[in-house]
Each structure stands twice: as C-alpha cells, then as structure tokens.
Write a protein that binds this ligand. Structure first.
Ligand code: AMP
Length: 279
C-alpha cells in the first residue's frame, strides 16, 4: 500500500494511473471498523485503485471536546487498510489540508437546517469543504459513503450536482454490531454500561417503524421514544421522518422514507437511521 501525507505526490501518483484505471475514493476520519471496510470492499470490487483518506477534519466539528476526544488509531487503521487490500492511504496533517484558513462557507438551503445541521451548526459546511478538497485532490471516478450518515450523503449528492464534480456517488448500507448497534468510531468512547444502553437507538427506530405502520401519529411516536430513551438514561435529540429522496419532513410514511434518530449516551453523540418503504 502507498501512503501519502502530501497532496502533490499523491496527485502525481494518481495522474499516472487515471487514464488506464478507475479510481475509487473512501473518505474517512479513521478509527476504522467493519463499516469502513465494507466501503473499501465495494470500492475494490467496482474500481481498480482504492484510495482511503483518513483525516479528522476540524472544520466539521462544532464541539471542541468532540474533536479532541475523537478516537485516533492510525497504526491500527493502516493495518486494516492493508488487510483490506487498499492501494493508497492519504493521511494528511491539518497544515496540508488547510494551508490558509478557509473563508468558504456552504449553505444547502433546507437540507442543512434540519436534524444534524440544526444541532451541529456549521457541520455540513465543514463536511462539504473537506469533501470538495478530497474530490479535487483525488479526482475519483467513484466515491463511497455510508447510509449511516444519511443526511451527509444527501448533502454530498447536492454538492456534486451543483458543482458538477465529474464522479459517481455510492451509498452503502449500515453495518451493525451483533446486537444491532450501528458501527461507529464514536462507539469506542462508550464504557460497557453505555455500550449496552446505546442499542436503544436501533430499538427506537424499529419500534417507531412498527407504530407508524399501525397508523400512530408521529408526534405520539416521538413522545413514546423520548420516554423510552429517558428510561435508560439516554438523551434523545431528535427522531424525524423524512423523504428518502430530498429529506423533506414527513408526517406519514409515503414512498421511499427514512426514520432518523440522534442522541447522547453520556457525552457521546450517536446517530442512526432506517429506510422504510410506504405505499
Ligand atoms: P467516518 O469515518 O465516521 O467519517 O465515516 C466514513 C464513512 O464511513 C462515511 O461515509 C460513513 O457514512 C461510513 N460509515 C460509518 N459508519 C458506517 C457503518 N456502520 N456502516 C457503513 N458505513 C459506515
């Protein structure tokens, strides 16, 4: 595996390959797990050269303590990339990605005023900034993201569409632990008691789906889920039902819909979602 810390040598390497080889990019923030590995696997199957970036992007953290405590496990990550036959790791430092302080802000209209955008001001502007940089550095044919961050995927779809990035996007399913907890780098921060409580998110999504299917009103479902979370000492931030196409809020399940949840287990903020198909 080739490891690059700097942009120019990476560009030179990929420029030699691009005419003959399709390039797949998997952007990550490290602390890699099997969810990331599933993106790498898809990239390996669908493209010739898999590039994985590992970069904890300060611009997308609205909470300084979350940034400071974000798990950093570079040695283990590189071993995981090797064992998943990744061709190129891009592991830049902050000074490489932000040589000058950034002045660009993104505004995605309705898309970034709800859910993650509402509770994490500036988050998606920071995501769009770093993803744009990575797209311009790597010039991938295909870029792989996870449904785990569903709203992020919709933002990136909009980014690619509006700025005419010449690439295809793939959204891969959520990988879960045996008990249903969505895999996440932040799960490493949970102690064993918190780890048990964290399954309340997926349980809540499944219960909400059942209640909605029985015709229960969303506001009633929300109250019930809030109580369920509080019951195990988990702070619910939001439970939303939205269109899977454009994230417009829904009251009832119609067409391709998505249920999204976020909350805190102790200091650790977790998110999850499930897709639902209505009539
Ligand atoms: P992160 O390192 O958390 O920024 O995630 C990097 C990419 O991996 C994002 O596109 C995530 O949506 C995706 N990802 C994170 N967790 C999972 C998971 N449990 N299953 C599949 N993909 C995931």
């Amino acid at each position: 595996m080739h490891i690059f810390k700097e942009i120019e040598p990476l560009r030179a390497f990929l420029n030699q390959k691009r005419a003959q080889h399709r390039i797949g990019l998997v952007p990550t923030m490290g602390a890699l797990h099997s969810g990331h590995a599933s993106l790498l696997k898809a990239a390996r199957q669908e493209t010739h050269i898999t590039v994985c970036s590992i970069y904890v992007n300060p611009a997308q953290f609205n909470n300084p303590s979350d940034l400071e405590k974000y798990p950093r496990t570079l040695e283990k990550d590189l071993a995981l990339l090797e064992s998943n036959s990744c061709d190129v790791a891009f592991v830049p430092e902050n000074r490489e990605m932000y040589q000058t302080p950034s002045t660009i802000q993104f505004d995605f209209g309705d898309l970034d005023k709800i859910m993650e955008g509402k509770f994490r001001p500036g988050h998606f502007s920071g995501v769009a900034l770093v993803v744009s940089k990575l797209f311009n550095i790597v010039l991938p044919h295909v870029a792989y993201f996870g449904q785990k961050d569903f709203q992020q995927f919709k933002i990136i779809e909009r980014l690619v569409d509006e700025l005419k990035f010449d690439l295809k996007l793939r959204c891969m399913p959520i990988l879960r632990e045996k008990d249903g907890l969505a895999m996440s780098s932040r799960n490493q921060r949970l102690d064993s008691d918190q780890r048990k409580k964290a399954i309340v998110f997926q349980e809540s999504l499944i219960l909400s789906k059942e209640l909605l299917a029985k015709g229960e009103k969303l506001s009633v479902v929300r109250d019930q889920i809030k109580t369920k979370c509080e019951g195990v000492g988990v702070k619910l931030e939001y439970l939303e039902l939205a269109s899977g196409e454009n994230l417009n809020p829904l009251e009832i399940v119609t067409g391709k819909a998505v249920l999204l949840i976020a909350g805190y287990v102790g200091e650790v903020r977790l998110i999850d979602n499930i897709l639902i198909h209505g009539n």
